[in-house]
Design a protein around this ligand. Structure first.
Ligand code: ADE
Length: 227
């Protein structure tokens, strides 16, 4: 999979996409992540890419021209399955969308900033708008990093133990069960006996019940129940 990220702040994306599973997935060429500086597509001598809103609204608006240039250049090189704009008023990102996007070949993520982009970008250049939650960030870079991280770990070959992506919270509509490791007792706090029993069937039953209990307690909405 290839993910192209268009941003005003390329450096902000360096660290989040350079560690752990994402780093290894990039090295193994499971994913290609390319970050583009939107200012490289400006024709302005000061590399400006924003201007005042015609409506007089306070705050700057990202102009369509550099964005169109950046996207057109990428589209001339390959076919994109989705061109995503990160915005607090997009559809709420969740595991279902992550699963769906992880099956795509090439995607572009355009990071919003300031007051956002000229509406014509949203009307004509973008295929999808995604929010990572009902709060406003200073820009879309962290949202792009979240989306890229969630997609990359799902790609075949990204994780050494692929079954662990399948047993994540949300993958089967439940939160994942609690986990424990050694020591079996610490300061008198004990690991549940069943997990030390070696009885695989009993352990599987415990895991399912624990998942259900946690989901009921922490996220009743996932079971179609009221809070
Ligand atoms: N840009 C600013 N806030 C955002 C959010 N919550 N999700 C996606 N992009 C954003």
């Amino acid at each position: 999979m290839r993910i192209d990220i268009i941003t005003l702040l390329p450096k902000l994306l360096d660290s989040p996409l350079s560690h752990s599973i994402i780093k290894r997935a990039r090295e193994a060429e499971v994913v290609e992540i390319v970050v583009h500086d939107l200012r490289d597509y400006s024709t302005d001598k000061h590399r400006n890419v924003d201007d005042y809103a015609f409506s007089g609204e306070a705050g700057m608006v990202m102009q369509i021209e550099p964005i169109d240039r950046a996207i057109s250049r990428l589209k001339s090189e390959r076919i994109y399955d989705e061109i995503i704009y990160t915005s607090p008023d997009g559809e709420n990102f969740n595991q279902k969308i992550a699963n769906e996007l992880s099956t795509k070949q090439n995607i572009i993520i355009l990071c919003g900033h300031y007051k956002g982009v000229d509406q014509r970008v949203r009307d004509h250049l973008i295929s999808r708008e995604i929010s990572i939650g009902d709060y406003v960030l200073t820009g879309g870079e962290l949202a792009a990093a979240v989306i890229t991280d969630a997609l990359t770990r799902l790609l075949p070959g990204a994780m050494s133990d692929e079954s662990s992506a399948l047993s994540d919270s949300f993958q089967d509509g439940l939160l994942s069960p609690e986990v424990y490791t050694r020591p079996a007792e610490y300061k008198g706090w004990k690991v549940p006996d069943v997990l030390l029993s070696g009885n695989t069937k009993k352990i599987e039953e415990w895991k399912l019940k624990n998942s259900l209990d946690r989901t009921k307690r922490l996220r009743p909405d996932m079971l179609g129940e009221e809070d």
